[in-house]
Design a protein around this ligand. Structure first.
Ligand code: CO
Length: 211
């Protein structure tokens, strides 16, 4: 059996197990998508949103990219955000990074990863520069990287708050709350590091007055 065929076989077993005790499981799910959460996480295969939060299909709307970045020209992410906020009416957006993130580590090196990755990782280098005094003061490399991971999550939460999508929902519906979390690959525990409840004041230059 080829490796990808194993996935299909597992899928059949999973579907059978789901319906064994609950024959209407898929029928019910197919009619209903009302998640309360939008998850913006890293693409890293070791950080599966549903599994580490003990949630089921239908409970979390998920977007993942390298190093969980919120970039204001990323049409993919902004479409997911728009749909989740304005149509699914989600109540919480969670940006979840993780310690040991390859993207964060790569951004701390001076290696040329070539065009597209350089472009992507540049956003993390900008986070480093913004917080340089704090990060430069940390001598242990792992600790420095871990702190950059936390600050990166915090900056991505700020980036969410800068969007008119979030500001409009805050103004008219007092939701969603924004959360910055970091997952630890070593013990499986998620640490909340930053949050912006709906309506949190932001730097005036980013504020839209006529939403
Ligand atoms: Co990662």
């Amino acid at each position: 059996m080829k490796p990808y065929e194993i996935l299909l076989k597992n899928n059949k077993q999973w579907a059978e197990a789901k319906t064994a005790n609950d024959p209407d499981y898929f029928e019910r799910l197919s009619r209903l998508q009302t998640p309360e959460f939008l998850w913006i996480g890293c693409s890293d295969s070791r950080v599966p949103a549903n599994e580490i939060t003990g949630t089921q299909p239908g409970e979390i709307f998920v977007h993942r990219n390298v190093a969980n970045l919120v970039i204001n020209t990323d049409v993919n992410l902004l479409s997911v955000l728009d749909y989740a906020v304005n149509h699914l009416k989600i109540k919480h957006v969670i940006v979840c990074g993780h310690y040991g993130c390859g993207g964060v580590r790569a951004a701390t090196t001076n290696h040329d990863f070539k065009a597209v990755l350089n472009m992507w990782l540049r956003n993390i280098k900008d986070v480093y520069r913004t917080h340089r005094p704090e990060l430069d003061a940390i001598t242990d490399n792992t600790k420095k990287e871990n702190r950059l991971t936390e600050l990166n999550v915090q900056e991505q939460v700020f980036n969410l708050a800068k969007t008119s999508t979030i500001q409009r929902a805050w103004k008219h519906e007092n939701r969603p709350d924004l959360h910055g979390w970091v997952y630890d690959l070593k013990d499986g525990i998620i640490k909340p590091v930053f949050e912006m409840p709906a309506g949190t004041p932001i730097d005036g230059v980013y504020k839209y007055g006529d939403l």
